[in-house]
Design a binder for this molecule. Structure first.
Ligand code: SAM
Length: 489
């Protein structure tokens, strides 16, 4: 049977899509190749969020076409995912060696199209159409990659995005929000747990919008309990939120339960799975952190104490231009509530520097927000103009050197805060889930704390999958080093 090599660019959702495609191909008899140099099929699963991700994939394909194809003319070359969706036929016009272009709603058709291309039944395939029900097609897993068992898994709960942030191409590449049913997702999670998975990350473009469209509700709300969805708010946050009892003063986790969003209902349903140790989710939107989700952190022990809240900017003026739907004050308030609900919760974020019209004063607001919130870590993105997005047409696009300078200043602040926060763990005891050997140094084992810190220690394969108490002996940049032996004495 033919062998296939898949290279993935971009986010965890793309990683997950590639895993599902690989698992589907393996189920059809394909073998997974260790590199493009020995594969019969080379697929690049692409990212469009920034221009340089697109350029990297195009350059890679040019090199593969120029090099590998020369010696092995029958190799099938394909683009999958976001850039395939947004560029379609244009990719084949530009790179005629490419045989396959498959959009974001067509991953599950990869095997069928490859079979046809390999058998010579078709010369080229471009399929970027919408497909109803495609949100339920990313479900197969490869749990035994490299003959080693995984202990963590990602589960795709929805596809698409309806947020339309002015900088972002995702609603155009991933389509409208579509959610799988709770039963379907829980079924997949149960199956994973029965195969040894201990930690599940629920995955979607904006998971906090889960179930807003379509009928996926699992729990019937009480007649006296309205089920407003905090993420249904318009782009301008409302001052008063009368539908939820305030957590303030009443103590988080009090018997006054706020009404529940479908997303919280999903977390509760997954939480019931016996044998599952930890639940995480990504990526949420700050608008989705209603009191019900904050309260879930206080109430559901399997919900690991870490939250990724993409803030994008600390300036209210820029947040409005970005169409983010919250203010800095509201964002800080959510963080305060989360830290009250769950002590020691790890908070990370995404920040864009150099959004069109961002002034030095706006940027200073971002710096001051980072000092105020003290993120454990943040992913920094240099603003990239994306085709057909409103921000691409905004005046005052910033010059490269200004963006570079601000990026460097923010990175240095994030590293400084991270260093301080990571150092605070030295001497403390933490529970980690051991995932396997460290990627950088396979002689060490790597685990993850509940608050989402990577912890390396001198262990062995027998530790894989264990929940281990370790004492932190030192901190590196965004990495902790631990010693399980000290605890076991
Ligand atoms: N759920 C996330 C949110 O709340 O916005 C969106 C995930 S997005 C795929 C990952 C990150 O890419 C965003 O949070 C944003 O920081 C960054 N990003 C998106 N569009 C960008 C652009 N045009 N330029 C630079 N960074 C961008």
């Amino acid at each position: 049977m033919p062998s296939v090599f898949i290279k993935t660019y971009g986010c965890q959702m793309n990683e997950r899509d590639s895993e599902a495609v690989a698992a589907q191909l393996v189920a059809k008899g394909y073998r997974l190749a260790p590199s493009e140099h020995v594969a019969d099929v080379v697929l690049l699963n692409t990212c469009s969020v920034r221009d340089n991700a697109e350029q990297k994939a195009i350059n890679k394909m040019e090199n593969i076409a120029g090099d590998i194809r020369k010696h092995r003319p029958n190799v099938v070359l394909g683009f999958l995912g976001c850039m395939a969706q947004s560029r379609g036929q244009e990719l084949i016009d530009r790179l005629p060696d490419v045989d396959l272009v498959l959009g974001t709603q067509k991953f599950h058709r990869t095997a069928e199209y490859l079979d046809d291309l390999l058998a010579g039944k078709r010369a080229k395939v471009v399929d970027v159409a919408e497909e109803q029900g495609s949100e339920g097609t990313i479900r197969e897993h490869l749990l035994n990659g490299n003959a080693q068992k995984s202990v963590t898994a990602f589960v795709s709960i929805m596809q698409g995005c309806n947020q339309y942030c002015t900088f972002c191409i995702v609603p155009y590449t991933r389509g409208e929000e579509r959610s799988r049913t709770i039963e379907d997702i829980v079924g997949e999670c149960r199956q994973l747990v029965s195969q040894g998975i201990k930690e599940i990350t629920l995955l979607g473009q904006i998971v906090t919008s889960y179930g807003r469209r379509g009928s996926v509700r699992h729990v019937t709300p009480r007649a006296d309990e309205p089920t407003p969805d905090p993420s249904e708010e318009g782009s301008e946050p409302r001052g008063a939120r009368p539908q939820f009892p305030s957590l303030e003063g009443s103590g988080v986790g009090s018997s006054l339960r706020p009404a529940k969003t479908t997303f919280v209902q999903l977390i509760e349903a997954v939480h019931e799975i016996e044998g599952l140790e930890r639940i995480r989710f990504t990526s949420p939107h700050p608008k989705g952190y209603g009191d019900d989700l904050v309260e879930a952190y206080a109430r559901l022990p399997k919900l690991a104490e870490s939250a990724h809240l993409p803030v994008q900017s600390g300036s209210d003026r820029v947040l409005k231009l970005m169409h983010r739907g919250y203010t800095r004050a509201r964002y800080v308030e959510i963080i305060r509530k989360l830290r009250t609900a769950r002590l020691g919760i790890g908070i990370t974020s995404d920040i864009i520097v150099g959004f069109p019209g961002e002034t030095e004063a706006d940027f200073e607001e971002t710096l001051s927000l980072c000092r105020e919130v003290e993120f454990d870590n943040a992913y920094l993105f240099k603003y990239s103009q994306r085709k057909d997005t409103p921000a691409a047409a905004m005046p005052d696009q910033l010059p490269e050197d200004v963006i570079e300078d601000r990026h460097a200043r923010l990175l240095s602040l994030i590293n400084e805060i991270g260093k301080r926060k990571y150092n605070e763990f030295v001497g403390r005891q933490m529970q980690i889930l051991v995932e396997g050997p460290s990627k950088r140094n396979p002689a060490r084992m790597s685990g993850r704390s509940r608050c989402n810190k990577i912890v390396l220690f001198d262990g062995s394969e027998r530790h894989r999958g264990q929940l281990l108490d370790v004492r932190i002996t030192r901190a590196g940049l965004f990495t902790l080093y631990g010693d399980p032996a000290i605890v076991n004495l």
